[in-house]
Design a binder for this molecule. Structure first.
Ligand code: FMN
Length: 197
C-alpha cells in the first residue's frame, strides 16, 4: 500500500482492463473503505451490487453503449477534448464492462432526505476509487449506464433503490499517465473571492 498523497496524486479514470481476476477479499476491503465515507445524518444510504457474471456485465455494457450512441456521444463530442472523448468512447463501447468486477453503487431512497442523497453517495464512490488505486487497481466513476436502458431491471433493484454509478474495477490494461488538473492557485481565493491565493 502507498501513502495517501501519492495515491490521490495519481488517481485517474481507468476504462480499459486486463482479465486478471480480483478476489472477493480485495473487493470487500475496497467496499469497507467506501463505507467509511461521510453521509448526511450518518444515514449510509449506499447499496452495492458486485457484478462478476460475464452475461450481466455484457448487459450493462449494452445499455452503456446504447446510452452513448443515443445521446451521450452527441452531447459529449463538442464538450470534451479529443483524447478524453476517445477514452470515454472506448469505455462506453466495451472497455468498462470488460473489467472483471463492476460495482454498481446505488442509493436507498428511504433512509436519507432527497436533497442530501447523491451527496451522501459520491464520497463513498470516491473512497472506493482511491482504495482501488491504493491496491494497485484501476477504476472509474461512470454514470452513463444509469441514464438509459434498464440497469434496475438487469439487477432486480427494487423501486426504492436508485442506481447512481457503475464503478469498474480491475487491473489496468496500460499506464494511465498523470492526471490533468488546473493548478490550485487558479482555483483558490484568499479570504474573499477575487483575492488570489
Ligand atoms: C459525476 C461524474 C460522472 C462521470 N461519468 C462518467 C461516465 O459515464 N463515463 C466515463 O467514462 N467517465 C465518467 N466520469 C469520469 C470523468 O470523465 C473523469 O473523472 C474526468 O474526465 C477526469 O479524468 P481523470 O479521472 O482521468 O483525471 C464521470 C465523473 C464524474 C465526477
Amino acid at each position: 500500500m502507498t501513502d495517501f498523497f501519492s495515491v490521490v496524486g495519481k488517481q485517474r479514470a481507468c476504462r480499459s482492463f486486463t482479465d486478471e481476476p480480483v478476489t472477493d477479499t480485495l473487493v470487500e476491503q475496497l467496499l469497507e473503505a467506501a463505507t467509511h465515507a461521510p453521509s448526511a445524518e450518518n444515514t449510509q444510504p449506499w447499496v452495492f451490487v458486485v457484478v462478476r457474471d460475464p452475461e450481466t456485465r455484457a448487459r450493462i455494457g449494452g445499455i452503456t453503449a446504447a446510452a452513448w450512441a443515443g445521446v451521450g456521444s452527441e452531447f459529449s463530442r463538442p464538450r470534451l477534448a479529443a483524447g478524453l472523448f476517445a477514452d470515454v468512447e472506448r469505455g462506453a463501447t466495451g472497455g468498462v464492462s470488460e473489467a472483471p468486477v463492476l460495482v454498481v453503487v446505488a442509493a436507498d431512497t428511504t433512509n436519507c432526505v432527497e436533497a442530501a442523497l447523491a451527496a451522501s453517495i459520491f464520497p463513498a464512490i470516491q473512497n472506493l476509487l482511491l482504495a482501488a488505486n491504493a491496491a494497485g487497481l484501476g477504476s472509474a466513476l461512470t454514470t452513463l449506464p444509469t441514464f438509459a436502458g434498464d440497469l434496475s431491471a438487469i439487477l432486480d433493484l427494487p423501486g426504492h433503490i436508485r442506481p447512481i454509478a457503475v464503478v469498474p474495477i480491475g487491473h489496468p490494461a496500460g499506464p494511465l499517465g498523470p492526471p490533468r488538473r488546473v493548478p490550485v492557485a487558479e482555483k483558490t481565493h484568499r479570504e474573499r473571492f477575487g483575492d488570489r491565493w
